[in-house]
Design a protein around this ligand. Structure first.
Ligand SMILES: [Zn+2]
Length: 297
């Protein structure tokens, strides 16, 4: 009995003083989706806690935060999102510090959508520059962002400056290596046409010398028109592509219809991850690399 009481007291003591204080000293950053979480986790290793709002299996394009998400953001040190094209709903949440990653991405690493291309929930004025938000599918673009993002983190949390710098150096070196590995392995599929479910891998396609054929669903979460489906079907046939792709966060229906009508393979690319085997930046990229090689070679 005495032992139980003593043990309970010790647990109580640490839960009130020790563990609680240790935990709360760590900065807490909130991000929209898993790709942002993966990047932040590399840069804040052993320094901070990172929480993603968009659960695995949901698309950042179609996600809507609920009151408990808003509470989490308000308690956090900062909120990180990508851009209006991907997760613009985040900009409407009140937060102490908000950072839009697309602003930190050097302009020469950004890819634009063509003017006719509507992506996301916002309708853009004619002539306005629309930046493709899916930069994280290119490790070199991520590397170009890492330095600026590290500066942002240091400004938020000066006490851990050295840790952020060390993490950043290690992450950038691993990104360089990843790039070389992907370059070597994509040799056998270079020049092949890729038809995406939604325009989520254009950065990867450009970086590694593949050809972007088009997307089945230009506006994620919105059923494509019969005319667009007809056009893309014709392009797929002409290209001689062996496979088209679905994504776990979006209804695969429109891709299934095309695959069945022309007898082409369906495979799954995953721009977001957050599930077993795709739960860090490097595993996510390797998963998609393997899917592309296996379906296109
Ligand atoms: Zn997207």
């Amino acid at each position: 009995m005495k032992k139980i009481i003593l043990f309970s007291l010790i647990v109580l003591f640490f839960s009130l003083i020790g563990f609680h204080d240790l935990y709360s000293e760590k900065p807490h950053y909130v991000v929209t989706g898993y790709p942002v979480k993966f990047i932040l986790e590399e840069l804040t290793r052993d320094v901070a806690n990172v929480t993603a709002l968009v659960p695995p299996g949901a698309s950042p394009h179609t996600f809507a935060p609920n009151p408990s998400d808003i509470k989490i953001v308000q308690k956090a040190k900062a909120l990180f999102y990508v851009s209006e094209e991907l997760d613009g709903w985040a900009s409407k949440i009140q937060s102490r510090n908000v950072f839009r990653l697309i602003d930190l991405l050097p302009s020469n690493y950004r890819m634009n959508f063509s003017e006719s291309h509507r992506h996301g929930n916002d309708i853009h004025e004619a002539g306005a520059e629309i930046i493709d938000p899916h930069f994280w599918t290119d490790p070199i673009a991520v590397k170009s962002l890492a330095l600026k993002l590290t500066t942002v983190l240091i400004n938020l949390d000066r006490a851990n400056e050295k840790k952020y710098i060390d993490n950043s150096k290690a992450f950038m070196a691993r990104l360089e290596l990843l790039n070389l590995q992907i370059m070597a392995r994509t040799v056998e599929i270079r020049g092949k046409y890729v038809f995406l479910f939604h325009p989520s891998f254009r950065y990867f396609i450009k970086r590694y010398g593949l050809q972007y054929g088009g997307a089945i669903e230009i506006d994620p979460g919105v059923e494509p028109s019969a005319r667009h489906t007809g056009d893309i079907l014709k392009k797929i046939k002409q290209s001689g592509a062996k496979a088209i792709f679905t994504e776990p966060q979006l209804n695969p229906g429109p891709a299934r219809v095309i695959a069945e009508s022309i007898g082409i393979k369906l495979a799954q690319l995953d721009p977001n991850g957050g599930v077993a085997g795709r739960n860090n930046y490097f595993d996510l990229l390797f998963y998609n690399l393997n899917v592309l090689i296996n379906s296109l070679k």
